[in-house]
Design a protein around this ligand. Structure first.
Ligand SMILES: [Ca+2]
Ligand SMILES: [Ca+2]
Length: 296
């Protein structure tokens, strides 16, 4: 008689096989609809093939430039009026994620191994060490940094385990440069991803990828210190987010495909707590995989 662990082991092996080597091509996307082709017509690609897995962008209006960090450790920017790509600084890292340009002209970025880095003309400095899987950061006008940790349990290489387990290991944190103190403001996010500050700096929006929603954490007023839902039922997992000049937000959605071939029993075997009874397969990272600009 086969050992009791044999069947679960076969199911797990089958799941991983399907996950990494899907037997069919998926042509139907959640993001695919009759409006997609027309909505893409106003877009132009700024750089293709010159940037290695750029996770995020930050626009510096005074400089007329868009900054990004790539997986090969470069902090680069594109001068928009002539579309010149500048390799600005190299960081000894292959794990750069979200970033933000500061009012002083520096760049703060998330390194999922080292923590928060400050990149300036003088060089690179670790300002918040001992933080793993920091995903995105934003600076307030007083210099305070707000940032996300996607998962306190898993590494970026194991992000799919975080998704499959379906437990909220994400955090929102605050770094005060005056006291050099880091504080956890809120726990319990289902993969805390991009973060943006409101125009009046009265709240931050945190993208919660596995729940297809964005949460709002209040920083001022009667609701100071409380959390509510800012947007939900999004047509994809929200990844990065940026404030628009009119006070609204641009959100990059992870393009996902639905795979319906798994039995309910198998999904329960994988303990997908509170998650949809389907497995989500990513295709590329986000719309920031290539830098895309909107044609005027
Ligand atoms: Ca960002
Ligand atoms: Ca992200």
């Amino acid at each position: 008689m086969a050992p009791k662990s044999f069947l679960p082991a076969c199911l797990l092996a089958f799941t991983l096989q399907i996950f990494f080597f899907p037997p069919v091509s998926f042509s139907v996307s959640l993001l695919s609809n009759s409006n997609e082709s027309s909505s893409m017509e106003g877009l132009i690609k700024l750089e293709v093939g010159c940037v290695n897995h750029p996770e995020d962008v930050s626009i510096v209006v005074s400089k007329g430039a868009v900054y990004t960090a790539t997986r090969d450790g470069w902090v680069k920017y594109i001068i928009l009026h002539n579309e010149t790509l500048v390799n600005w600084k190299h960081v000894d890292s292959q794990s750069l994620l979200g970033l933000t340009a500061t009012k002083d002209g520096d760049v703060i970025m998330c390194d999922n191994e080292k923590g928060l880095l400050k990149v300036s003309e003088e060089g690179v400095k670790v300002i918040v060490p001992n933080v793993s899987f920091a995903n995105d950061v934003i600076e307030a006008s007083d210099g305070t940094l707000y940032f996300t940790v996607s998962s306190t349990k898993y590494t970026p290489a194991d992000f799919y385990k975080d998704m499959a387990e379906g437990n909220p290991y994400g955090q929102l944190l605050k770094y005060d440069p005056k006291s050099n103190q880091t504080t956890v403001l809120q726990e319990g996010f289902y993969f805390a991803n991009g973060i943006a500050l409101s125009k009046d700096e009265d709240f931050v929006v945190v993208c919660e990828s596995w729940k297809f929603r964005c949460r709002r954490y209040w920083l001022k007023g009667d609701r100071n210190g409380t959390l509510d839902t800012f947007a939900e039922n999004l047509p994809g997992g929200p990844d990065n987010i940026n404030l628009a000049p009119d006070g609204s937000f641009w959100i990059a959605l992870i393009k996902v495909y639905m795979l319906h071939i798994f039995s309910k029993g198998l999904i329960e075997h994988m303990s997908l707590n509170g998650f949809q009874a389907t497995l989500l397969l990513g295709n590329g990272h986000s719309s920031s995989e290539e830098l895309v600009g909107q044609k005027k």
